[in-house]
Design a protein around this ligand. Structure first.
Ligand code: DC
Length: 239
């Protein structure tokens, strides 16, 4: 019996460890992995670098939308680490897009309808051949409403802030405090869930994973079990 290639949509709040688990699953089963948050972050970096942010911190939306055609986002695998990395117009920006400067602005960029439409169209094209793991906020609801496997990941805001804080520290950022990170996490949650355009919400047919008290190994196993079960069902024609 031939195993069917499927689409795996992983959605949830920021800093839930979605990307880590999505990447690990993709590598384990030989699927492509796409981090859609990185795409919104790359557009945000472009806005910051091209004078498309006002002095009061607001985004010059119309000008940014007019320049969407100038923004090419691609992914490449770093041969040394085996990790997928984000490129903005041919320049590797994997580190820069994770900075607080970008994190502070990205929710504002991600709520612009024309930005979302452009990125969603690219994401749908990437999934045409299936065999893909994609993580984000609207993958199971908007990008691939028919995805065979949907996971909705949650964890408490404090757990997530601690994880992001540890990450920043590990990268050498000693100036950002835990309270600033917690504030950023909560503010992004608020914007991501209340925005008019594709707010973050659990798809009706998504499986919820609360990983507040799970180890990485436990969540990887949980995901693998679900994948194995769904592929067995779809390959048997039950779905
Ligand atoms: O997953 P992340 O923290 O890198 O996402 C960055 C921002 O992009 C976050 O504020 C929500 C937004 N985003 C989105 O609106 N839709 C997606 N599919 C992915 C991310």
């Amino acid at each position: 019996m031939e195993q069917k290639r499927i689409i795996i949509a992983i959605d949830g709040f920021s800093s839930t460890g979605k990307s880590t688990m999505a990447k690990a699953l993709a590598r384990r089963i030989g699927y492509a992995y796409i981090d859609t948050g990185a795409m919104y972050r790359a557009v945000t970096l472009f806005a910051l670098e091209n004078n498309l942010v006002n002095t009061d911190g607001s985004i010059r939306e119309e000008e940014l939308v007019a320049r969407l055609g100038d923004i090419a986002i691609t992914f490449g695998v770093n041969p040394a680490t085996g990790q997928s990395e984000t490129y903005l117009n041919g320049r590797r920006v994997e580190q820069e897009i994770r900075s607080m400067r970008v994190s502070d602005k990205v929710s504002q960029v991600a709520k612009i309808a024309a930005v979302r439409h452009a990125l969603v169209a690219q994401q749908q094209a990437m999934g045409r051949e299936k065999g893909i793991v994609m993580d984000g906020r609207d993958i199971g609801t908007v990008v691939f409403p028919n995805a065979e496997m949907k996971v909705y990941v949650t964890a408490s805001a404090e757990t997530r802030a601690q994880r992001r804080y540890d990450e920043l520290r590990a990268k050498g950022d000693t100036s950002t405090t835990y309270d600033e990170v917690l504030h950023n996490v909560m503010e992004r949650d608020r914007i991501d869930t209340t925005r008019a355009e594709s707010p973050l919400r659990k798809a009706d047919d998504a499986h919820t994973l609360d990983n507040s008290h799970m180890t990485i190994a436990e969540q990887d196993q949980w995901l693998m079990n679900l994948y194995t079960q769904i592929v067995a069902e779809t390959s048997n024609g039950n779905n």
